[in-house]
Write a protein that binds this ligand. Structure first.
Ligand SMILES: [Mg+2]
Length: 217
């Protein structure tokens, strides 16, 4: 049976959260940062929808497409150690690897393309620009901008085979919860979220744990 490996991006492929990094880079005043932190929290607690939290946070950004390069540099320096180490494995398995993220394509593609991951295998949010390339919002019809987005994406892909999800968060676990993955590997190299520790079929301390297992199956 064919395998599909679904990888999360933030705190999995990279050590940090890309949207947080984008906001920290460009928003310097304390009041705005506190408001943004609250919006993130409210989104996570379910007090407001994920999309609402995204809309409100993006409003604070006053940047152009080119400004993203600064953040891409930082993300490049924060690739998870075991991913960097196992670049070859990712390159050799690039056809079966998908990146599914609530983050932004523009920040993800420059990082993962160096590992041989193709555009068609990346599912993420996308910014909307005005005629001067200023970021004015994001595509609100993209399922990944809404709750349960990852589940909807995997469902729509109709993958015929063994679906393995690797991620650090609840939205990654949900793919398996709703029946669209055979296995959920909870990735704890960067962050260990206590609330979902019992949700993983396996705990991965690094990508090595996965690869060692995978090669012996
Ligand atoms: Mg994550």
């Amino acid at each position: 049976m064919k395998d599909y490996i679904i990888l999360d991006f933030d705190s999995t492929f990279i050590k940090i959260e890309s949207l947080d990094e984008l906001i920290i880079t460009f928003i310097r005043d304390r009041d705005s940062l506190i408001k943004i932190q609250n919006l993130t929290k409210m989104g996570m607690n379910g007090e407001i929808s994920f999309q609402k939290s995204l809309i409100e946070r993006i409003k604070f950004l006053n940047i152009n497409k080119n400004d993203l390069d600064i953040v891409i540099d930082v993300l490049n320096q924060n690739i998870t150690d075991s991913f960097q180490k196992n670049k070859k494995f990712i390159q050799q398995n690039n056809e079966k690897i998908f990146i599914v993220s609530g983050g932004f394509f523009e920040l993800i593609y420059p990082i993962v393309s160096k590992f041989g991951i193709k555009k068609k295998n990346i599912f993420a949010n996308k910014f909307i620009y005005d005629k001067n390339d200023k970021i004015v919002g994001f595509d609100k019809n993209n399922p990944l901008s809404k709750n349960n987005g990852k589940v909807k994406i995997i469902k729509s892909l109709n993958l015929d085979g063994n679906v393995i999800v690797i991620g650090d968060g609840y939205t990654d676990y949900e793919i398996k919860k709703y029946g669209y993955a055979n296995k959920f590997y909870l990735f704890i190299e960067n962050i260990k979220r206590k609330k979902i520790l019992d949700k993983g079929d396996f705990l991965l301390k690094s990508l090595d744990d996965f690869i060692n297992n995978y090669n012996h199956e």
